[in-house]
Design a protein around this ligand. Sequence first.
Ligand SMILES: CCC1=C(C)/C(=C/C2=NC(=C\c3[nH]c(/C=C4\NC(=O)[C@H](C)[C@H]4CC)c(C)c3CCC(=O)O)/C(CCC(=O)O)=C2C)NC1=O
Length: 185
Amino acid sequence: MTLDAFSRAVVTADASTSVVSDINALKAFVASGNRRLDAVNAIASNASCAVSDAIAGIVCENQGLIQAGGNLYPNRRFAACLRDTEIILRYVTYALLAGDSSVLDDRALNGLKETYSALGVPTTSTIRAVQILKAIAVAHIQGTNTEARAGSKYRKNEMILVEDRCASIAAEAAGYFDRVIAALS
Ligand SMILES: CCC1=C(C)/C(=C/C2=NC(=C\c3[nH]c(/C=C4\NC(=O)[C@H](C)[C@H]4CC)c(C)c3CCC(=O)O)/C(CCC(=O)O)=C2C)NC1=O
């Protein structure tokens, strides 16, 4: 079942036949609303660069992936990998928007490890790609990406002028990437 922070609180309360009691958590969710939207936008508006960078990274670190017998050979498989990476990033943004991981768990991660092992998709490379995505997403949320590294693709994240550079939202996003890694491990 796909939940957000509100429906999660209701389902949790219902399971213990109590009234919704975790009001403070919901208050925090509402208070974080604008930052949450900005964080999702920071990830989504850089998504295609993030995905291509992550896959370029795993290929650079393991050239065998694109040679005959590698899981990114031929082009059909390379395209499937780009698509999967985009799917994962997209579901992380859904979870971040909802403040709850169930949409990611149920619609993207459920059964993925088994699918990958049946298809011979290498777990270590997939996890490495997710780690790169995580680093990119956190940098964009916190506005620590630099022109020196990004070159002409550099986009400054203007909203990150708050004191803590959205540390809690960045940590929450990092946690969803960790969830992907845990599901594949
Ligand atoms: C909505 C949720 C959803 C997910 C998550 C999903 C994943 C998914 N990835 C697949 C394949 C694949 N996934 C990859 C991915 C990779 N290979 C690598 O070497 C890299 C490490 C990695 C990219 C990071 C590849 C290469 C295939 C094709 C494998 C094959 O057909 O031999 C397949 C098999 C069917 C197909 O090829 O489309 C599924 C179901 N599909 C979905 O509908």
